[in-house]
Design a protein around this ligand. Structure first.
Ligand code: PLP
Length: 373
């Protein structure tokens, strides 16, 4: 069996903070016990503060795809026309859910090393005033590219459409919050930049989106996919629709405390600095970034092209076996073309970016590897 790589610089799940690991060892409480219900309400409040929003967010008890699919099911009614913005694998994936619930899905797509142009969004909304919902993946992780959410958010708000955003791999690692960006449903995860475990979806829903969801006769009710079922679940005495993932809630609580104690601005700077060191180091080695322009690169993951003479798995395996550094491969359309260095939570550490560059420089100077010499 291979040893566990000491440096797991993946793009999620990521190594968790020590405080999170410790919280996972706490006694499991009965969910109807007031002590747990009060604790849960406290976690919702900490999450609300982290998200910098006025109303209470909801937590769904499954990894972030649950939240994204639930958002589509709740908000998109059969009269809705959805503009799906596609700059990568996750953005593209949303189209399937949008098509399941909506009347029509219009796609505005760019190559997966590029980002969405806000002007193109404005033009599409002008041409199609019947668009009622826009969906965007903020950081499309398999490409390491970051979309201009704030500009797009302003344009969508002017048009009056609702905006659904997958911010799974950006929130907690940079300055992005639902209200600042005019987002109606904002989905994130504890298992990326917050440095907690996979297993929950963290969702902010604007008041006007709740009104639309409540008026949507097809929004799931009495279903595991029901976003509505979790509305108000943190209010005193309110029942949970299903048993919450108690240990994951403890872990999230510890991660939110850590985020607040370190200070969000400090956390974001740490992510940005780590990513800058990774980008500059890769370029100095003569490697090429996957995103078309350096300014498209996300601060939470750095994707670079596989150099000639290597395959993605060869390079990944050598980093792992010779240097103890685990990177993520590409995914779907980007598979085989790139490797990704995650800078998320614990791994947003400049020393890890430097270690990756040193390891890559050694491998590139000895392309055949120890076993092939
Ligand atoms: C990690 C991630 C998710 C969560 O989904 P998985 O594919 O199950 O990991 C959703 N959206 C984005 C952009 C992610 O990076």
């Amino acid at each position: 069996m291979l040893p566990i790589p000491p440096m797991m610089l993946t793009t999620g799940p990521v190594p968790v903070y020590p405080e999170v690991l410790e919280a996972l060892g706490k006694p499991v409480l009965y969910d109807y016990e007031p002590a747990f219900q009060n604790f849960y309400a406290g976690v919702i409040e900490k999450l609300r503060l982290a998200l910098r929003q006025d109303n209470a967010p909801v937590i769904m008890q499954g990894e972030a795809i649950l939240g994204i699919e639930a958002a589509a099911a709740a908000l998109i009614g059969k009269n809705d026309v959805v503009l799906n913005l596609v700059s990568g694998v996750y953005g593209k994936g949303f189209a399937g859910w949008a098509a399941r619930y909506g009347r029509q899905v219009i796609e505005l797509a760019v190559p997966y090393n590029d980002i969405i142009d806000p002007q193109a969004v404005r033009d599409t909304l002008r041409q199609r005033p019947d668009i009622t919902i826009v969906s965007l993946c903020h950081h499309d992780t398999p490409s390491g590219t970051l979309n201009p959410l704030h500009e797009i958010g302003r344009i969508v708000a002017e048009h009056g459409a609702y905006l659904i955003v997958d911010a799974v791999s950006s929130f907690g690692g940079m300055d992005v919050h639902p209200q600042d960006a005019h987002v109606d449903i904002f989905i994130t995860s504890p298992s990326k930049c917050l440095g907690s475990t996979p297993g929950l979806s963290l969702i902010s829903v604007s008041e006007r989106a709740w009104v639309k969801i409540e008026a949507n006769p097809d929004a799931p009710c009495g279903s595991f996919l029901s976003l509505l079922g979790w509305k108000g679940a943190s209010e005193p005495g309110a029942p949970f629709p299903v048993t919450p993932s108690i240990a994951e809630i403890y872990a999230l609580d510890a991660a939110l405390d850590r985020y607040a104690a370190e200070g969000p601005e400090h956390v974001w700077t740490r992510h940005a600095q780590t990513a800058a060191i990774a980008r500059n180091g890769l370029l100095e080695l003569g490697l090429k970034l996957w995103p078309k322009k350096p300014e498209y690169c996300a601060p939470t993951a750095t994707a670079f092209k596989i150099p000639e003479g290597f395959s993605d798995t060869q390079l990944r395996d050598r980093l792992r076996n010779e240097h103890g550094i685990l990177l993520s491969l590409g995914r779907a359309d980007t598979a085989g073309k790139l490797l990704r260095v995650g800078h998320m939570g614990v791994s947003a550490n400049p020393d890890f970016a430097r270690a990756t560059i040193t390891a890559l420089s050694q491998i590139l100077s000895r392309p055949l590897g120890p076993n092939n010499n």
